[in-house]
Design a protein around this ligand. Structure first.
Ligand code: ZN
Length: 446
């Protein structure tokens, strides 16, 4: 069984941090050099695969092994080769008419960083060139080249403090380590693929299910078979996104004719993307950790395309599509879930976001902002209701939320838990009383 440990790292000294940064920067420089040589050949020769592989990797390895160490220089080059192979594979699939899985022409591998922001600090380390020790004071030690050791007056491997506990401390084998600097929160991070035995993998008690409703105003509404509900609010994040989009449009309107972009516009685009990616990544981690603690082993996600076709307004479509990049989000969620041994299942069957959980009707309901109202008297939080109905469909059992939902708001850095929205008890027992906040016995009368 393959799993991944992801953890934050802390250099032990300023000197150690400078050394690490130089190592990551040199790795990015090597990546860019080899990628440039391959891209030039690719463009000149009109896509003949052989020519890309003619780039002189031996020479580059020789230039960088003093700083990186020979094994890391080789790994960076190998990883670039893998990226090119994957590009050619996708390209073949794109041109293969019997294959419908690739719908957009793939792009050749990109560069690490750009002129404005500098290089993206990132490296990759062979499984025999690093060690991790887990315990009270977990630590990582990585190989560095002799030039860097001399420059920083360092001996042996570079030691870094590991922050937090791994999900999979017991493993039989470790794979190639990715190590990078995450600019969104100024943290060094690593991901360590590990192979674990079947016994380790079998986590008892994890058999709960969860279903997600994904949107723009509420980024994720989640219901778990335990009755727990989570709501990640996205309004402010989206307002920020919209403000940046408007600023981009304003700057574009000021451009001289025949000019389509500017440095400032490109920077705003990147800033917008970075913000969204940061919030998304943090949401995935926060949510998956909570689901793991709840004993969830499977998460169901509704296919957003169906939502778009049936119930959502055009504006909501564009909003969600642009902003959330749904496919990217589910991929990220799946990657994070894999670390915890949680399965993600995307279900593209007809969506039920406007189905009344009380009477089962879909044409007697109306959505007013966040509230779903039905002529039968039902009223509840639309997205939470949708996730509960969806979960009931998938598990074929009634899911009765036991407590008010836990709400989360993004503060530009992390998802903060707002207080549980409280709900008087009598509302749960008296069906004639207006229900709020996902107080829903989904599927009971459907
Ligand atoms: Zn109803």
């Amino acid at each position: 069984m393959k799993r991944t440990n992801t953890f934050a790292l802390r250099p032990l000294s300023d000197n150690g941090e400078r050394l690490l940064r130089e190592l990551l920067d040199a790795s990015a420089a090597l990546w860019n050099e080899i990628n440039y040589e391959r891209l030039m050949r690719y463009n000149d020769e009109d896509g003949f695969e052989g020519d890309v592989w003619d780039a002189d990797t031996g020479k580059l390895e020789g230039q960088y092994k003093g700083v990186l160490g020979a094994s890391t220089a080789q790994q960076v080059i190998r990883k670039n080769s893998e990226a090119w192979r994957s590009f050619f594979r996708l390209k073949n699939q794109y041109h293969d008419e019997s294959n419908t899985s690739v719908t957009e022409h793939p792009e050749p591998p990109g560069f690490r960083g750009n002129e404005d922001d500098g290089r993206q600090l990132k490296t990759v380390i062979r499984n025999t060139s690093y060690t991790v020790e887990w315990g009270d004071r977990s630590r990582l030690e990585i190989l560095v080249g002799s030039d860097l050791k001399d420059k920083y007056d360092h001996t042996g491997r570079l030691r870094l403090e590991v922050v937090g506990d791994p999900n999979w401390p017991d493993y039989e084998q470790q794979g190639r380590l990715d190590l990078w600097y995450d600019e969104t929160d100024s943290t060094f991070r690593a991901s360590q693929p590990v192979a674990i035995s079947d016994e380790t993998q079998a986590t008892p008690l994890a058999d709960e299910k969860a279903a997600l409703d994904i949107g723009a105003n509420n980024l994720v509404a989640c219901t778990i078979t335990t009755g727990e509900q989570f709501l990640y609010e996205g309004r402010e994040l989206f307002e920020q996104f919209r403000a940046t989009t408007q600023e981009i449009a304003r700057l574009q309107s000021l451009l001289p004719e025949e000019q389509y972009s500017s440095q400032r516009i490109r920077r705003l685009y990147r800033k917008r993307t970075r913000r969204r990616d940061h919030a998304q990544a943090a949401l995935c981690r926060d949510l998956i950790e909570r689901l793991y603690d709840e004993g969830v082993d499977t998460v169901y996600i509704g296919g957003l395309t169906d939502v778009l076709e049936t119930h959502w307004s055009v504006e909501a479509n564009a909003k969600t599509h642009n902003f959330w990049a749904f496919k990217r989000f589910t991929e990220r969620l799946a990657t994070t879930a894999e670390e915890y041994g949680i399965a993600i299942e995307v279900r593209s069957e007809a969506w039920t976001s406007q189905e009344c959980p009380q009477c089962g009707s879909t044409d007697r309901t109306h959505r007013h902002q966040d509230t779903l109202v039905c002529q039968c008297g039902f009223e509840g939080h639309a997205d939470l209701t949708a996730s509960a109905t969806f979960l009931a469909r998938q598990t074929e059992q009634a899911v009765r939320p036991m407590a008010g939902p836990v709400r989360f708001q993004w503060d530009s850095h992390e998802w903060l838990e707002m207080s549980h929205s409280h709900r008087p008890n009598e509302q749960r027992t008296d069906p004639s009383t207006v229900q709020r906040d996902g107080n829903v016995a989904a599927g009971e009368s459907a």
